[in-house]
Design a protein around this ligand. Structure first.
Ligand code: WTA
Length: 636
């Protein structure tokens, strides 16, 4: 990268990093502007060509059907299965001998899988699931840490046409229970525990608690990871390794033929109000979207070693740990534990050890590791890296520059990818050939039309803040909210009919670069994890001392945003530092450690609208000492 103008390119305003000749020369996609024009003029032709790079049992009759907006359909009439392109297709070629997954446990355990080996495990587990009565369309909940079996479980579900619902292993009883219940899963796949920060995460124990209130679950499959002794309920609970050793696991395992629009998975995420809702993604369009975006944005090559350091329990893991790399026939690395265990050089050590070429992580991780100083990464040879990425929240320019200089040694462009659980794929992102501005996600991916508008839906002037919207459909878009199509229409498509509402505010500068500011709804991004105020508040009021609660996000140096809770106590309870601790622990126990509030403040009143809705915006402004804005709807 250079900081000067590259011939033939217009000079951009602000702090700009232009791609080096070397980066341009090796990029998969060099004609970015032309691809943008191509997609703009012929969206269906553009995506049809991308889809043609993959295999289909039957090709589509039409690329996009928009006759029933906003229920868009992609690759109508086509038949496929994402597993056919992720595994079956590769094991017919030399790639069967290529590594699909290299894994390192926090405790030093090592495992790796060739495409052949991964496919064998997936086939065997698919047979196991079938023998448990799972079939096409059934939902299966997966609740695990970062171990290879989470790949196997997800892929086995997809292979037999079951719909997986992965619940992040850092969530706790209430969060897990609500998600199992809503999905009506009959089968749950988990592990006895996982290693994190040198301690065991009690996965199975949490499952046992949650299942007391989930009568739908008939079978629990338990992977032995920690071997620390967990209780197994006769009939209901089965050890994974026992099932995999049954004769039924062996032999052929057919990949189910799916309609392109058949659901691949549901994934719960928090939205504007109420309980988390499940976003639905499909086999066809989602597959084409993640295959293409990963290849184009991260310039994936046959010889790369790709490391997406997210968790498979979130969309980043679904799209870019499991499915995206496999669709591209790539080699992925996955690490189970904490970045700082046992020392803050763990990540850098593994990059050196495995020769990682592309690292994709979150700003919070970068800020967290930055705190330990440069000496830790500098001790290691990071010269294998050629590209870096970030996702999950806006990256502050200071962290961007540290990442660029200390980790990428000023050679590796940083792909700041903006997207959401709902979008399935990167939406606003640079490509390696696009000049970068630290803190900006740059430009829309070809075929994506993004805009920043005011309350009335009019585009705002450059550098003015407004609502970020998307104006055209894209193949990996969510199709609906599971069991709640009205909410799909209401939440995403009703504020500006015909346009998708992202829930983010943003600015667009004079060069058309997008700058994401943050959520404008009741979503809080803690360390890049997406949490809803409603779930945190309901965890708080489940404590006997709490009558009412409001949760807001306030800036935090490492986490980006941290949760601050305001509570009204029930009569007979008085606030004390002990009660603060008790309430923080209570939320952590019910929701998961990531939801633990930074602070709990006891108040007599909460600002509310006349209709009784808590005005979190006002609470936030007060906490930050900012103007309270329009308070005309405030109760008093
Ligand atoms: C935020 C994660 C700024 C944004 C893939 C979005 C970002 C929400 C970025 C979705 C980025 C994600 N820059 N903000 N590069 N990427 N966000 O569903 O607020 O967990 O709406 O998906 O994360 O979070 P989700």
């Amino acid at each position: 990268m250079t900081n000067s103008k590259v011939d033939g390119r217009p000079r951009l305003s602000g702090d700009v990093y232009y791609p080096s000749e070397n980066v341009i020369a090796q990029a998969n996609i060099r004609d970015y502007e032309e691809q943008v024009r191509r997609a703009q003029d012929d969206l269906e032709g553009f995506w049809g060509e991308r889809a043609d790079e993959l295999e289909w049992y039957r090709k589509w009759d039409k690329v996009l059907d928009d006759s029933d907006k906003p229920f868009y359909k992609w690759f109508v009439g086509a038949r496929t299965n994402i597993v056919h392109n992720a595994l079956d297709r590769h094991v017919k070629t030399w790639r069967k001998n290529k590594l699909a997954l290299i894994w390192e446990g926090e405790n030093g355990d090592l495992r790796s899988f060739s495409y052949h080996a991964l496919n064998r495990e997936v086939c065997r587990f698919a047979n196991v699931l079938r023998s448990l009565g799972v079939s096409k369309g059934d939902r299966v909940t997966i609740y695990m840490g970062r171990i290879p079996e989470i790949w196997i479980a997800m892929l086995a579900c997809a292979k037999i046409g079951a719909v997986h619902s992965v619940v992040y292993g850092g969530f706790s009883v209430d969060a897990l229970q609500g998600r199992i219940e809503d999905s009506q899963s009959r089968v749950l796949i988990t592990a006895d525990g996982g290693w994190m920060n040198g301690k065991i995460v009690e996965l199975k124990r949490t499952v046992d608690e949650a299942l007391k209130r989930c009568p739908s679950v008939e079978h629990v499959v338990v992977v032995q990871r920690t071997g620390h002794g967990v209780s197994m309920e006769p009939e209901r609970d089965h050890w994974y390794h026992n099932l995999m050793n049954l004769p039924i696991a062996n032999g052929k395992s057919e990949t189910e033929v799916m309609d392109a629009e058949d659901p691949l998975y549901i994934l719960y995420t928090s939205g504007t109000t109420g309980r988390p809702k499940a976003v639905v993604h499909t086999h066809g369009g989602y597959m084409v979207g993640i295959y293409t975006t990963l290849r184009w944005v991260f310039d994936l090559k046959e010889e790369d070693r790709w490391w997406c350091a997210a968790d498979p329990g979130w969309v980043t893991g679904h799209s870019y740990i499991v499915y995206g790399p496999l669709l591209n026939g790539a080699t992925s690395f996955m690490y189970e534990g904490a970045p700082t265990y046992p020392y803050p050089n763990r990540w850098w050590q593994m990059i050196e050890k495995y020769g990682i070429t592309i690292l994709y992580t979150a700003p919070t991780a970068i800020r967290g590791l930055m705190r330990f100083g440069e000496a830790w990464p500098n001790r290691h040879d990071l010269s294998s890296l050629r590209l870096l990425g970030t996702v999950g929240e806006p990256i502050n320019p200071e962290a961007w520059k540290w990442y660029y200089r200390v980790i990428g040694k000023e050679r590796c462009p940083i792909m700041d990818t903006w997207w959401q659980t709902e979008t399935g794929t990167f939406m606003i992102t640079p490509l390696p050939v696009v000049p970068l501005k630290p803190g900006s996600g740059a430009l829309p991916f070809p075929g994506v039309e993004a805009d920043v508008v005011d309350e009335a839906g009019n585009p705002v002037a450059p550098n003015e803040e407004g609502y970020l919207i998307l104006k055209r459909p894209w193949p990996a878009m969510l199709r609906t909210i599971y069991r709640d199509p009205d909410r799909y229409v209401q939440q995403y498509w009703s504020k500006y009919p015909g346009y998708y509402l992202t829930g983010d505010s943003a600015k667009r500068d004079e060069d058309g670069y997008f700058w994401i500011i943050g959520r404008v709804d009741d979503v809080i991004k803690v360390s890049g994890y997406r949490l809803g105020t409603a779930e945190i508040e309901s965890a708080l009021v489940s404590h006997p001392a709490v009558a009412e609660a409001a949760a807001i996000g306030l800036p935090h140096e490492v986490k980006g945003t941290a949760i601050h809770a305001f509570t009204i106590l029930r009569a007979g309870f008085t606030g004390s530092p002990e009660l603060v601790e008790e309430l923080r622990d209570h939320v952590s126990k019910h929701m998961g450690p990531i939801a633990k509030p930074e602070a709990v403040t006891f108040v007599d009143k909460l600002p509310k609208t006349r209709s009784g809705k808590i005005m979190r915006r006002v609470l936030k402004a007060r906490a930050l000492g900012l103007p309270e804005g329009d308070v005309s709807t405030l109760e008093e």
